[in-house]
Design a protein around this ligand. Structure first.
Ligand code: AMP
Ligand code: MN
Ligand code: MN
Ligand code: MN
Length: 290
């Protein structure tokens, strides 16, 4: 699959026709799976992965919607994982959604979310914000998957915060009301579930984790040892320096590069589907092996 660059208005960036990171309302996105596919087609995306948090129940609808178009669809998931106390996201691309070990692992992560949501709500109530769980659940389409994003939407709509970005500065993060530390799957387990289901494990947006330089390098080495084969070099929150840095780490380990918008919805801050710069030179695209 080759990259088809389309010039865009910002001049320095081109739109890739590939987008391997997106969310639907099966997790914390706002569009139904088929609508994500429809939007990707309108955005001239030709290769799309749906990667909902800890859930792939949208994959069948998305695949069905894609089959009527020229878009090639990749079944995916974004697994929440823990590494040395830091929460990480590992993307699984090209997964077999019938795999029972992966299914059970995702179920465990989702069950943890339900319990966490109750505790987030209790903590917000102690800080003088009652009714947060009910408020968050009004934004949830998949009762199995409650995310901080749903709490954030409630906090914005109820006037407690001015924007989603502001929520994640003043609430739901360490040291702030609504923060609940959480035990996700271990990183190596998340990678094993993905590779065991025939998928390629990709470290999502590595530049977004608050890690020291030495820990970044240790993370990538451990991820590779566990079976991780790609880094999301072109990612939401990565600038040109980040792309060069993570590109150099990928090259060092002979890993593939991935590219994804982390699309959640059309209006909240973030990139639209397919609005991505190219991979750095000399990086083999992971979509060559999907
Ligand atoms: P969770 O997996 O429930 O802990 O929620 C994490 C989600 O919160 C991410 O996938 C993002 O969609 C969202 N999120 C985290 N930080 C921010 C931010 N600064 N602005 C907007 N959304 C954010
Ligand atoms: Mn999200
Ligand atoms: Mn993520
Ligand atoms: Mn994501």
């Amino acid at each position: 699959m080759s990259i088809r660059p389309i010039p865009n208005q910002s001049g320095d960036e081109v739109n890739l026709s590939v987008d391997l990171h997106s969310h639907s309302d099966r997790s914390d996105g706002m569009l139904a799976p088929a609508a994500v596919v429809e939007r990707a087609v309108a955005q001239q995306v030709t290769l799309l992965a749906l990667t909902d948090h800890d859930d792939f129940s949208g994959v069948s609808d998305a695949a069905c919607a894609a089959s009527a178009t020229g878009l090639r669809f990749v079944p995916g998931v974004e697994v929440s994982a823990l590494w040395r106390g830091t929460t990480l996201h590992v993307l699984g691309l090209g997964i077999d959604t019938g795999n029972v070990v992966l299914k059970a692992g995702l179920e465990a992560n989702r069950a943890g979310r339900t319990e966490r949501a109750r505790r987030i709500s209790e903590d917000l109530a102690r800080a003088g914000i009652p009714g947060a769980l009910e408020g968050a659940l009004r934004h949830v389409r998949n009762p199995d998957l409650v995310s901080r994003t749903h709490f954030a939407r409630f906090l914005v709509q109820s006037g407690r915060a001015a924007s989603m970005a502001s929520v994640f500065r003043h609430f739901l993060v360490e040291g702030r009301p609504g923060y609940v530390p959480h035990e996700w799957a271990g990183m190596a387990d998340a990678v094993r579930w993905i590779t065991g289901a025939g998928g390629i494990a990709v470290m999502a947006h590595p530049g977004r984790y608050k890690l020291k330089l030495r820990d970044r390098e240790a993370l990538v080495a451990e991820f590779f040892d566990a079976g991780g084969r790609a880094l999301e070099i072109v990612a939401a929150g990565h600038n040109a320096d980040d792309r060069r840095y993570w590109g150099s780490l990928a090259r060092r380990h002979g890993m593939y590069g991935s590219a994804g918008s982390d699309f959640h919805e059309p209006r909240e801050a973030g990139r639209d589907l397919g609005c991505l710069p190219p991979l750095p030179d000399g990086i083999e695209p992971v979509w060559n092996v999907l």
